[in-house]
Design a protein around this ligand. Structure first.
Ligand code: CO
Length: 214
């Protein structure tokens, strides 16, 4: 494992490289951020949001937590969402899950890990809601994949139903909420075909995306 001193040295090299390739980059960014995207993803170290979509600092606003949950009582997530929509005027919100998610795995198998079990009840809710679909899977690996996908789809609905996004749509502000999933085995993102751009489209997009799962 690298020492933290190495990380600081890496940072100096990185900052120098970026400044050489793009003179004034940090000075311009220091003045203001104007990201076009909000990313809501898992904390998993294998899913480095900005890096895997090839964006630079300043281009994506990010919220990450275990199992990419959007809970209606989570003030951290809601604050990020409100700031993104109302202050930064971001129009594209990406909820991105990933396969082999430790949180989803623990929820599926009801593993007891401590405090985090309470947080993962949100994934348990998704599991209970789709119990028939999950029961139809061939094996537990497939079941886990499907639960990872369904969890993203449900969180897209949760984003869409927040007062923040609902009121933005009522004001006529354009916001699209997307559901994606990342495969840690090949580094590729997959579009779950969940794309919500209005309150009216939540139901049809949800039915469409859930229909494609499995
Ligand atoms: Co995860």
């Amino acid at each position: 494992m690298r020492t933290v001193e190495e990380l600081l040295a890496n940072n100096r090299t990185w900052a120098a490289t970026v400044s050489t390739q793009n003179p004034g980059f940090f000075q311009r960014l220091a003045a203001q951020q104007t990201p076009a995207y909000l990313w809501i993803g898992c904390s998993d170290s294998r899913v480095p949001s900005t890096q895997l979509v090839g964006l630079l600092p300043g281009e994506m606003f990010v919220h990450r937590n275990v199992a990419n949950i959007v809970a209606h009582t989570d003030f951290s997530c809601l604050s990020v969402l409100q700031y993104a929509v109302e202050v930064l005027q971001i129009q594209h919100i990406i909820v991105c899950g990933h396969y082999r998610c430790g949180g989803v795995h623990a929820a599926l198998h009801s593993h007891q890990l401590g405090l985090i079990d309470n947080w993962l009840q949100h994934v348990q809710d998704v599991r209970r809601k789709h119990v028939a679909l999950l029961a139809a899977c061939r094996d537990s690996a497939e079941e886990e994949q499907r639960l990872c996908e369904l969890n993203v789809i449900e969180q897209v609905v949760n984003v869409s139903q927040t007062t923040i996004v609902q009121q933005a749509w009522l004001r006529g502000q354009q916001i699209v909420v997307y559901g994606w999933i990342y495969d840690v085995e090949d580094g590729l993102l997959r579009d779950l075909q969940m794309r919500v751009s209005s309150d009216e489209s939540i139901g049809t997009q949800y039915a469409h995306a859930v229909g494609l799962v499995g």
